[in-house]
Design a protein around this ligand. Structure first.
Ligand SMILES: NC(=O)c1ccc[n+]([C@@H]2O[C@H](COP(=O)([O-])OP(=O)(O)OC[C@H]3O[C@@H](n4cnc5c(N)ncnc54)[C@H](O)[C@@H]3O)[C@@H](O)[C@H]2O)c1
Length: 458
């Protein structure tokens, strides 16, 4: 079949896989080729069990795969034949050298830029899909124009706003698609080519265009604002615990103000995921680079409250369970950083597990999608940890349950049966406030939510 244009995506992860599957699904006249350096990931994308769990993803991959959607490891060939190259490689927090623990690690990004330069034989549009520090497109352009091969590369910024767990819904019906381009004739032409793709399913008024720098910065700022709401409500949750106010009631009362809105106001054990922390730290690093220390301190506070909230959760467990967890069995309900994903990157469950092991507790971890990742995250820990599929089996014989992930499953379990199988007194620490606390208390549990007075039998 003759395709209108050939798209390549470098990086077949949580962003590259679903975004390209959606483009291929909605635009059969484009050939969409997704490549990665990781051959296992690619073979999973070609198999019946995709490498990531995301509701609705199987269906769109199956519909487009082999028709106009292809996954493979031949990056060189992919670059040669592509007209438009999306780059969605990982950009984690740097762990070494200058900016360690703060700045974005751009090594994967730069390797990709150099490979594009090396393999290209014709002009290309390069689309930044990864989340990058503002001004990265400039660095990209400098690399791409570092030889005099005469090939023109036009760099666009098109950050991805999907949330894991709702990626397919978010991609199908996005609040907005943001495209940043240079304001030159060539920049605007490239921008229009990208708009043409999205227009296949996204209403025109939701496709917004800016200069490249606004686009790059907007992605960091959007994540910083989202995380800031969670840290704000979590900061107030501790005050509720001291004053007998209830954070759920406070959130509702505050969120009903239409200027504030109700989303992202659920108190919890803290936010996780591969993006919020790294993007805020990246923003903080940028602010410090430009000498804006007050601005940097303000945003850094969002991450600090989040760390504090995770620490506080474990300290509350310790205090409630008579100041010792040594030898006690603690069952974690959920390990993913949120519901409907198997992703555990930066999950609060990792911090909580490590701290519980430091207290010499014995861990029993259950999760419907994240057990393999959990095993990997905790593989360096010396301590007693078991990974158990069935939540009833995991809870049996435990002294306490800690709900770490808001999977629907955990609000629907037969807690009467669970209580009967546990060590007494039985404790439940609901890090997501999803269970029916009054009912649990009636069953016999000592119940501790976040930002609420505990319900105890002593
Ligand atoms: N995960 C999210 O929810 C989300 C949402 C919006 C934006 N983002 C951003 O998107 C980017 C990608 O995130 P992700 O979660 O998909 O990461 P990921 O780690 O799941 O995927 C990145 C993939 O890139 C591959 N890769 C790395 N270097 C490569 C190279 N040189 N050539 C080919 N492949 C290479 C890796 O093997 C990996 O499979 C990040 O910048 C992230 O901040 C992520």
């Amino acid at each position: 079949m003759k395709f209108k244009k050939k798209i390549l995506c470098i990086g077949a992860g949580y962003v590259g896989g679903p975004t390209m599957a959606m483009i291929a699904y909605k635009c059969p006249e484009y050939k969409v080729n997704v490549v990665d350096i990781n051959p296992e990931r690619i073979s999973e994308w070609n198999s019946g069990k995709l490498p990531i769990y995301e509701p609705g993803l199987d269906e769109i991959v199956k519909a487009a795969r082999g028709r106009n959607l292809f996954f493979n490891t031949d990056i060189e060939k992919g670059i040669k034949e592509a007209d438009i190259i999306f780059v969605s490689v990982n950009t984690p927090t740097k762990k070494y050298g200058a900016g360690a623990g703060m700045a974005a690690d751009l090594q994967y990004w730069e390797k990709t830029a150099r490979q594009i330069l090396e393999c290209s034989e014709s002009p290309k549009i390069i689309v930044e899909k990864s989340t990058l520090p503002v001004k990265t497109a400039l660095a990209m352009e400098r690399i791409l124009t570092s030889t005099d091969n005469g090939i023109h590369f036009e760099v666009l910024s098109n950050p991805e706003f999907l949330a894991e767990g709702t990626a397919v819904k978010d991609l199908e019906n996005p609040d907005r698609v943001l495209i940043g381009s240079s304001q030159t004739e060539e920049g605007l032409k490239a921008r229009d080519e990208l708009i043409e793709i999205y227009e296949n399913w996204v209403p025109k008024e939701r496709i917004i265009t800016t200069n490249v720098w606004s686009s790059e910065l907007s992605k960091l700022v959007a994540n910083a604002f989202l995380a800031q709401r969670i840290s704000s409500i979590n900061a107030i949750s501790e005050l509720c615990e001291k004053t007998d106010a209830d954070i759920t009631e406070v959130s509702k009362a505050v969120g009903l103000d239409s200027r504030i809105g109700s989303k992202f106001l659920n108190a919890s054990v803290g936010f996780g995921g591969s993006c919020f922390q790294k993007d805020i730290l990246n923003l903080v690093y940028l602010c410090r680079h430009y000498g804006l220390d007050q601005v940097a301190d303000y945003w850094e506070g969002v991450v600090k409250i989040n760390d504090y909230q995770k620490d506080r959760f474990v300290l509350n467990m310790l205090k409630a369970m008579f100041n010792t967890l040594a030898g006690k069995k603690v069952c974690l309900f959920g390990f993913a950083f949120k519901a409907n994903t198997g992703d555990t990157r930066e999950s609060p469950a990792i911090t909580v597990s490590r701290k519980l092991i430091e207290e010499k507790a014995e861990l029993r971890i259950t999760d419907p999608e994240a057990l393999n990742n959990a095993r990997n995250d905790l593989k360096d820990i010396k301590g007693k940890i078991s990974f158990i599929e069935d939540p009833y089996e995991a809870a049996s014989g435990s002294h306490a349950i800690a709900i770490m992930t808001e999977w629907d499953l955990y609000s629907e379990l037969d807690y009467e049966k669970i209580f009967q199988s546990m060590n007494k007194p039985a404790f439940i620490f609901d890090g997501r406030n999803i269970a029916d606390h009054n009912k649990l208390f009636e069953i016999g549990f000592n119940v501790y939510g976040v930002g609420r007075p505990p319900l105890t039998h002593f």
